[in-house]
Design a protein around this ligand. Structure first.
Ligand SMILES: Cc1cc2nc3c(=O)[nH]c(=O)nc-3n(C[C@H](O)[C@H](O)[C@H](O)COP(=O)(O)OP(=O)(O)OC[C@H]3O[C@@H](n4cnc5c(N)ncnc54)[C@H](O)[C@@H]3O)c2cc1C
Length: 301
């Protein structure tokens, strides 16, 4: 059957949670996921109470297993390539990369975000020894010799101060970006070296960082660290569907996931375009599901 009450795009924490709540509310749901969740590179996820230390693929498997109990939820492991709006947003046609079409009255966008790194080769170490969230991975990196990699002064100071809670052995790398005298003084009072020279390469094996080499040929030994990436929405459904976005790139909602476009809802990291956590995304998915179900109830009662 290709007709659903609601199509949920994205089967991360947000989309799984949305689907669970809507399935339990006896709505007919199509959940689509293409396996590009940004945390797939990491070994373990932390901080989700009852799930601390779970591998990302296990988290998904447990979520999908729980959804199987609810017969009105259908899961599709495929990429959504297009969403077409019908008249007055009363009906949406969703197309997949394998040329199938599905129809729904409402859409939930839970498609997450992706990262761009100040030094592209950080990707080789991301999720194994270089991370972006100290709350997620600071504990595992505690008391190790770490590097902070960032190019924006506000974020580099914030990340360095934050990570100092887990390790005092820090080096800040700005990759050629000058830091202000005031900013440098703040870190010097904690004896944190700042390297402003551009990085030539990261050296390590199997995702485990060993050294950083600068353009001058100097190397420093580090066993991991934290990076401040730039985040973006890899797919432009929000823009294509005409949802209002504010000057910071945040999708305008009513706080329950309703966008400014009727029958289009949003949940998880893709809404605010900033990193959060599995728990926060799951909670936002739950809120969006309540909004969807409330709207169905009022429309159909
Ligand atoms: C290295 C790393 C470590 C992390 N560690 C932790 C941790 O320890 N604890 C923690 O709480 N958080 C951690 N996070 C953050 C966590 O992964 C995110 O906060 C969370 O995954 C966001 O959930 P989401 O549902 O919004 O997005 P995602 O989990 O990214 O899910 C979005 C989903 O949408 C799907 N999708 C996107 N576009 C399409 C499309 N066109 N068609 C079909 N499907 C699509 C993707 O496949 C993806 O599965 C970590 C992140 C990274 C990168």
């Amino acid at each position: 059957m290709n007709i659903f009450d609601c199509i949920v795009i994205g089967g991360g924490a947000a989309g799984l949670s949305t689907s669970l709540t809507l399935g339990r509310a006896r709505r007919n749901i199509g959940l689509f996921d293409d396996g590009t969740n940004r945390n797939r590179v990491t070994q373990e996820s932390h901080g989700f109470i009852t799930r601390d230390g779970t591998k990302p693929h296990e988290f998904r498997e447990i979520g999908l297993k729980e959804l199987e109990k609810y017969p009105a939820i259908s899961y599709f492991n495929t990429k959504i390539t297009e969403i077409t709006k019908g008249k007055d947003n009363e009906r949406f046609t969703v197309s997949t990369e394998d040329d199938k079409e599905f129809i729904a009255e409402k859409i939930v966008l839970a498609t997450g975000v992706q990262e761009v790194f100040p030094i592209p080769s950080v990707r080789d170490y991301y999720g194994k020894s270089i991370f972006s969230c100290p709350y997620c991975d600071g504990w595992e990196m505690r008391e190790k010799p770490l590097v902070i990699i960032a190019e924006d002064e506000e974020y580099m100071l914030h990340m360095t101060k934050l990570v100092y809670n887990w390790s005092k052995d820090l080096v800040l790398i700005t990759n050629g970006v000058e830091i202000s005298e005031g900013g440098a003084l703040e870190l010097q009072k904690r004896h944190i070296p700042i390297k402003m020279e551009p990085v030539k390469k990261l050296i390590g094996a199997d995702g485990h960082l060993h050294e950083i080499e600068f353009e001058s040929g100097e190397t420093i030994a580090r066993s991991g660290g934290f990076v401040v990436p730039r985040f973006y929405r890899p797919i432009t459904f929000v823009e294509q569907l005409g949802c209002e976005i504010d000057e910071n790139g945040v999708v305008v909602t009513d706080g329950m996931g309703r966008t400014t476009q009727k029958n289009i809802y949003i949940a998880g990291e893709t809404e605010k375009l900033v990193p959060s956590s599995l728990l926060i995304s799951a909670a936002e998915g739950n809120k969006a599901a309540i909004a969807v179900n409330t709207d169905f109830t009022m429309e159909r009662f």
